[in-house]
Design a protein around this ligand. Sequence first.
Ligand code: ADP
Length: 604
Amino acid sequence: MKFEKSENLTNTEDISDFDVLISFRMDGTIFNWNSVAERLFGYAPIEVVGQNVSMIFQKTYFDNPAAFIKDPDCEPVRYETVCKTKSGKKINLLFQAFAVKDELEIIQGVSLMGKDITAEKKADEKQAMLASIVSSSDDAIISKTLNGIITSWNKAATEIFGYTEKEAIGRSISIIIPEESLDEEELILENIRRGEKIDHFETIRRAKDGTEKLVSLTISPVRNKHGKIIGVSKIVQDISAKAIHEERRSRLAAIVTSSDDAIISKTLDGIITTWNQAATRMFGYTEEEAIGKHISLIIPKDRMDEEANIINNIRLGNKIDHFETIRVAKDGSERQLSITVSPIRNSKGKIIGASKIARDISMRVEAENKQKLYTQRLQDLNDYKDEFMAMASHELKTPLTVIMANLQILQEIMSADPRVKFVSKSMKQVNKLNELIFKILDVSKIHAGKLKFEFSDFDLYQLLKEITEHTLKSTSHPVHLEKQDERFWVKADKEKIEQVIVNILSNAVKYSDSNEDIFIDLKHDGENIVVRIADKGIGIPQSDLENVFQRFYRVSGPASSFSGSGIGLYISAEIIKSHGGKIWAESQLGKGSVFYFSIPASRS
Ligand code: ADP
């Protein structure tokens, strides 16, 4: 049996409201049933008198009526319970139990004086439900008087505005209204007084810490049971985050729209889901024509397998970067594209599609092709030039040899004649010409990869000695070859190494005053032999040092007043490189230059 002791009743409640009267004996047999009980329960007295009182209580069996009257001398106890009517309806009853005593003050039964509280109960439940909705709402729910004094303030209001319920209630709503928006409140109140509701009004409100919140307000009048407007209820939705999200979205959308690259997204099945303006320009299909179609719309037939590959990669979460391919436009023309495809994930991280950025690289590819063509043409012209140089110098060699032979005969015949000096001068120039022709021939051979080498074992020191003693004997420069007792064996093309040494020495002679010393020395350096040739001539600017080994490179400034072709050091460098060696120079402008070359030693 469940009789709940009521806690929500007060002693001040008027007993005259308790109009249901039911009396029963100690065994539960009903003996009194008034007309209010009849009306409330639907049973006529005749139907219940003599029955057990438990029939009117919900689900329970009434087994101990004395429980109602534990201490009959004290204040009667009030109970609240659920009863059932004849028709099975549940009603809430609040009652007080009194002991029924006989003349000898012996308890003979119990009288229940009751009151139907079903409606109140329902209202209470509804109220409780509303209160829980209000307190659990994510939106701030605030009510205020028509003068703007806050009368209720839920949890979300505290979260959004920072004021606790205690801090807010009783204060003016203006605590959350920025000064510049105070007239807004007056307008809102005017509307409310007229009984109008305001829906989703977006405005700014201020939190306790001064931060401004973008909010959406829904404001309704609160009426009493007579319909009179007694206050205002306000639902405040904080849309700051939503606004940021929307702003970000619209910014992204603007980027996509204005992009020069086609931006297309598709599902994992290849169905196009978005298509920007650049895609329309690039492929000729409008957004309406493309969306919903399969991406194969723009894939050439012979490249269909590319798509399967791309999607496989996307499924694995991989991005495809700058993949160069061809796609076809609506009019059948092909587009050279560089495409980047990235997976699209939903909020749970699951891959649900792919986004593709396609850049038209037709112009770039065309430019690259043109450049290739020009490079090839340049190469061809260069080859023609080399061929011509080879042919021309070859053809020049024979007549020069003949001229030289005749000059030698003439020199002999005229040996006693003072005019022989003209012959000698001519022979000198023919020699120069000959040297030049040989150099040009070497250059074209190097270029054609036809420079031939004949390797033999020789002592580099001996070679330097021969050159200084014989080749340079006519020069006015004092040439000093550092004396060595060691041997400096190399396996090299002796003639070509001689050509390198003579070239460096001729430069040392050419680019320094006639009486300046030239020093030559050599040493073993690990596996290599390093030859060093130093002069005290005009020197080379630092910025030119690297370049002097390039073909046709000549230093500008004072050096350019010396005759030369800019070929000698280039040939020397090529020869040394072919021997697996190195050539380099150090110099100080106006003080002289030092040229080095190293080649591997063959034995020590
Ligand atoms: P050429 O001497 O016939 O011009 P090279 O290829 O032998 O050609 O030399 C390239 C350039 O290097 C020269 O024009 C000259 O300016 C510079 N050069 C070479 N050797 C020396 C040197 N010993 N002193 C100063 N400048 C030099």
